[in-house]
Design a protein around this ligand. Structure first.
Ligand SMILES: Cc1cc2nc3c(=O)[nH]c(=O)nc-3n(C[C@H](O)[C@H](O)[C@H](O)COP(=O)(O)OP(=O)(O)OC[C@H]3O[C@@H](n4cnc5c(N)ncnc54)[C@H](O)[C@@H]3O)c2cc1C
Length: 382
């Protein structure tokens, strides 16, 4: 390990402590975890996916997965903000013009720029890869008009990777991605996020009204948005979301396991919950869920990184598997936590609420299974 890597690791550990300390408060006050993001910027975690030539760590899917799982163990709201930032960063690095990359990537690497994805629209819901909004030409660039339904870090990010149908698009697949600066005229956040879990996420609706963007701010060729979503966004989002789910599950498992050893019954001569066979059985089920999902995640990353032609099926499957494993573990952890879990705000009940987002964030578990079923039958996915 080089001196710089040692320093990054030390700073990252310090950031992790800050994040864990803030988690309850972020949830209770439903506030954006700004100080966590600042700490992660300082230790250069926000620049993890920025290529080395632009000052970043040059990390890939494996490094991203490890970072997100650890963050989610401490604070799932923060992990989700960072996941959407990583997805946006990956698109900028892969599809941004040389000038745009020069302007943004060094700032992201220094932790001075937070980005996110603004894809989902009320008109297509979870089928976010089919935007209904459309870009219009304005001479030297484009006008964007769009309603976005959930944007993580809305009003907090420095930029937004926005999807619309391409100019003159004939099919929903012909979409385009644009980088929109937070100061752009016509960009508006509509309300606050009142979700069940991930309360610190600031996942609010946004409206773009005649937002003017230069041609240089289009990310990739005209009409190539769908392709970018498949090639760049999908692997990062799916593997990242699965890692967040597993981090949440690991936190729930840890809390429940500590609880069953500590909880003792006076009426039974101080016997612990951990001594009851049914409790041991639930522990075993949690271990199996966690270990099998983690092994599938590792295999998915291995295949995706090596360019295995079968990787896409696993990239589709892993988010569904990890979301289900997470819900199964968290549900058992709640059972083991009993009244203490139910009635202790900010503890297991917070993790239970946070875990629910994994299955409704698009592509949802059901939609992913729809894709997998069609693939197994040799039918077209869309
Ligand atoms: C905490 C949070 C953060 C988010 N952050 C972002 C973000 O940063 N950027 C962004 O772009 N979006 C974001 N989203 C939006 C998210 O990705 C989805 O687009 C959104 O949750 C879809 O909601 P909906 O009610 O419109 O879904 P709908 O499309 O109405 O779906 C409702 C239900 O119908 C089911 N369904 C629909 N079609 C099918 C089908 N073919 N087969 C089987 N079942 C089907 C779905 O599984 C789902 O359960 C976020 C969402 C949440 C909850």
């Amino acid at each position: 390990m080089t001196k710089t890597e040692e320093l990054m690791t030390e700073n990252a550990m310090a950031a992790q402590e800050i994040i864990a300390r803030n988690a309850k408060e972020v949830d209770r006050e439903r506030r954006f975890p700004r100080e966590n993001i600042t700490a992660l910027g300082r230790c250069r975690v926000l620049g993890l996916l920025v290529p080395v030539e632009h000052g970043g760590a040059g990390g890939g899917l494996a490094e991203m997965s490890r970072a997100l799982e650890q963050l989610a163990q401490a604070c799932p709201s923060t992990a989700m903000v960072v996941l959407m930032h990583f997805c946006g960063t990956a698109v900028i690095a892969a599809k941004g013009s040389a000038k745009l990359k020069q302007a943004l990537l060094p700032a992201i690497a220094r932790g001075e720029h937070l980005t996110t994805l603004a894809f989902s629209e009320p008109g297509s819901g979870g089928h976010f890869y089919f935007p209904v909004s459309q870009a219009r030409p304005n001479g030297h660039g484009f006008f964007l008009n769009a309603n976005k339904s959930f944007v993580t870090s809305a009003g907090e990010a420095d930029s937004y990777v926005v999807s619309t149908r391409a100019v003159n698009a004939k099919t929903p697949q012909e979409s385009a991605l644009f980088l929109v600066d937070k100061r752009a005229e016509g960009l508006e956040v509509l309300g606050r996020f009142e979700g069940l879990g991930l309360a610190g996420n600031a996942s609010a609706p946004m409206r773009l009204h005649n937002v003017a963007v230069d041609a240089e701010h289009r990310l990739g060729e005209e009409g190539s948005g769908f392709e970018t979503m498949l090639e760049v966004v999908l692997p990062h989002f799916q593997i990242g979301a699965a890692s967040v789910s597993l981090g949440i599950a690991a936190a729930a498992f840890q809390m429940a396991t500590t609880h069953v050893s500590a909880r003792k019954y006076e009426h039974a001569a101080g016997a612990a919950l951990a001594e009851i066979p049914r409790v041991q059985f639930l522990e075993a089920e949690m271990v199996l869920e966690l270990r099998s999902a983690r092994a599938y995640l590792a295999e998915t990353i291995r295949r995706a990184v090596s360019g295995d032609p079968e990787a896409m099926l696993d990239v589709i499957g892993i988010k569904a598997r990890a979301a289900e494993a997470s819900l199964a573990v968290v549900s058992r952890a709640m059972t083991l936590g009993g009244g203490a879990a139910y009635a202790s705000p900010g503890g297991l009940e917070r993790i239970f609420r946070d875990a629910q987002a994994a299955s409704v964030m698009a592509p949802t578990t059901d939609v992913l299974k729809d894709f997998l079923g069609k693939a197994a039958l040799g039918l077209p996915l869309l």
